[in-house]
Design a protein around this ligand. Sequence first.
Ligand code: OGA
Ligand code: ZN
Ligand code: ZN
Length: 374
Amino acid sequence: MSSTAITDSPAPWLRDNCPCAACRDPRTGQKLFQITDLPADLTLGAVREVPAADGGSATHWEVRWEPEGHRSLYPAAWLAAHAPATSYAAGGDGRTEAEKELWAAADLAGQLPEAGWDAYIGDREVRARALEAVGSLGFFLLRDVPCRDRMVLGVAETFGFVRRTNYGELFEVRVEADPNNLAFTGALITPHTDNPYRDPVPTVQLLHCLRNEAVGGDSGLVDGFHAAALLRSEDRRAFETLTRVPVEFAFSDARTELRAERPLIEVDPLGRIRGIRFNNRSLAALRASAPVVEEFYAAYRAFGELLLRPELRLDFRLTPGDCLVFDNTRLLHARTAFSESGGRHLQGAYADLDGLASTLAVLRRAGRGEGAQA
Ligand code: OGA
Ligand code: ZN
Ligand code: ZN
């Protein structure tokens, strides 16, 4: 490697990433200084390559900083992976459409991302692949999860932290005498994301099936990123409207009043699709000028029609022991109506993608080490 990775890097960036023990606490790896502690007129002084002591390939680059005189030593491999000129184009946190496998129903025919509970618990590779599927496809299906009360919380704890809400640690999806949500009736539920009225929204949802003897009550999933990408290619104006117009979602019952205002389609600073909020049940009255309301409704209808295309929707039936785990910022879920007299009972819970991604990263880190076991 030549010194250009160093000399092409902006000085404040390079200095801010000095890995020395005076700049980063060796126990925690956390930075010990503020940006304001660095001289504003910082420049690179002498730069030299420091060969690996054992003659191997692990060379470093040493920089002397002017005017402060501090010396920094950067591993060449770190520079190769992180220098702004090389890493920017590849940048991404795994959450946008750029790093997903978008799908329509036929793409998954006969090959759902699924695993049995015993294999998932007993084999870290099975567990890692299941968690990877949540990142790439947006979901995985665990089979043969014990049909025990509150078991859904145990499933969430295998990869993350349960997000408790006003519905409790878990919510019972069954016919209630006095429901505060249409989910707790036998009504058909069209494709939606859950709880868009929360900020932050729960990013992972679990649904564990304990009983499903009802006539009806089949499940559906739609890849919201794929649908939004289709909308962008078929009706760019509608897509842009849905990324721009903030919409309020609201929920209230005797004890709770929640609201959050966001666009239906969230894009990152580069314009890439990063989140979907779509829930006809909890959309509040839009407050905007008449032309914006008109424009929003045309776009909302176009996206709503697209989300109902049969070819986008993966249909399946949850049977007792199945636990669906999915990305609630990307996938929309649905169910068909069912007879209220028939027995159908799911337990649901929320968790978050950051905890899931952390569990996966640690599994993969351990998997690279020696003698990794379950
Ligand atoms: C829900 C929901 C789907 C179902 O509880 O959020 O959408 O299959 N339930 O009952
Ligand atoms: Zn330093
Ligand atoms: Zn739901």
